[in-house]
Write a protein that binds this ligand. Structure first.
Ligand code: PEP
Ligand code: MN
Length: 291
């Protein structure tokens, strides 16, 4: 079976934004409504470590991704974390090494940007620029990144509503950027996992507009034993793909996110299931549309 590409006609679009809104002035989101994303491979699977650590690590992860048909590698070199004591790195020194290995192997890379002053540097390396959850409402950063003619993964801030996420998306659409939303969990009173992944938000986005949306169950759950089930739940409600943290030796991965990082066999199983469920769901909705 050939690769699937983003097809906005596969899902019924209901552009009645006002009906979805509870507070505030009548929403407009004109740019969000009229946005027609260019072709992208579906499902879009982005996988890799929380942080880029070494050449050996990058080569091992890159080879495993390629063996499993995954073409997009994530990795933190300029990422943000909640606590200053966490080992979240602003270590651009690893960028050249990662970039040249990705070029050599034909992988695309997803690089987070935290600061408007880094945008020019990151533009030279990143195939997809990531806006982290904590930066979703940094409007100076969004306006700077909006100038790039690139895909941009925009993560929902833990406390942001759907309206606020779409508002941030509209900032990106003021320029040349091509946004992809990411649901990575929000604040909740529940204490069984780090954040609460909102599958209803994913379903609402699919019903409202053509902006692609991915789920990131690694950051949402903070628990490697929940990553597969939550990712598949997201795909089942219509997500266009996922972001997953994986590593050759998760227990010894650098940083606080080791607890949510899965190993290569688990990543291979997950990618296989994501492909199957995505195909099933997309097929069903295509039929609905035709019927
Ligand atoms: C990340 O993707 O490495 C990250 C820090 O995620 P988030 O911004 O969702 O916490
Ligand atoms: Mn992480």
């Amino acid at each position: 079976m050939g690769e699937l590409y983003y097809n906005s006609t596969a899902w019924p679009v209901k552009p009645d934004f006002a009906a979805m809104r509870t507070f505030g002035p009548t929403p407009r989101y004109e740019r969000v409504k009229t946005y027609q994303p260019p072709s992208m491979p579906l499902p879009l699977i982005i996988a890799g470590p929380c942080q880029i650590e070494s050449e050996e690590q990058v080569r091992a992860i890159a080879d495993s991704l390629i063996a499993n048909g995954i073409k997009f590698m994530r990795g933190g070199v300029f990422s943000a974390g909640t606590y200053p004591g966490d080992s979240f790195g602003l270590r651009g020194t690893e960028m050249d090494m990662w970039y040249s290995i990705a070029q050599e192997k034909g992988l695309k890379i997803v690089v987070e940007v935290c600061d408007p002053r880094q945008v020019e540097t990151i533009e030279a390396y990143a195939d997809i620029v990531q806006i982290g959850a904590r930066a979703m409402q940094n409007y100076a950063l969004l306006s700077e990144v909006a100038q790039l003619d690139k895909w941009v993964t925009l993560k929902r801030a833990p406390g942001a509503t759907l309206d606020e996420l779409l508002g941030a998306c509209e900032y990106l659409l003021k320029g040349k950027a091509k946004p992809i939303l990411v649901e990575r969990g929000g604040a909740s009173h529940l204490n069984h996992c780090r954040w609460e992944l909102s599958v209803s938000l994913v379903a609402a986005v699919k019903a409202m507009c053509n902006v692609p949306i991915l789920v990131d169950a690694s950051h949402a759950s903070g628990r490697r034993d929940l990553v597969e089930r939550l990712t598949l739940a997201g795909i089942a409600v219509g997500a266009d793909g996922c972001i997953v943290e994986c590593h050759q030796d998760p227990a010894n991965a650098r940083g606080a996110d080791a607890v949510q990082t899965i190993d290569f066999p688990a990543m291979a199983r997950l990618a296989d299931k994501v492909n199957k469920i995505h195909r099933e769901i997309n097929h069903e909705h295509s039929n609905e549309k035709l019927g």
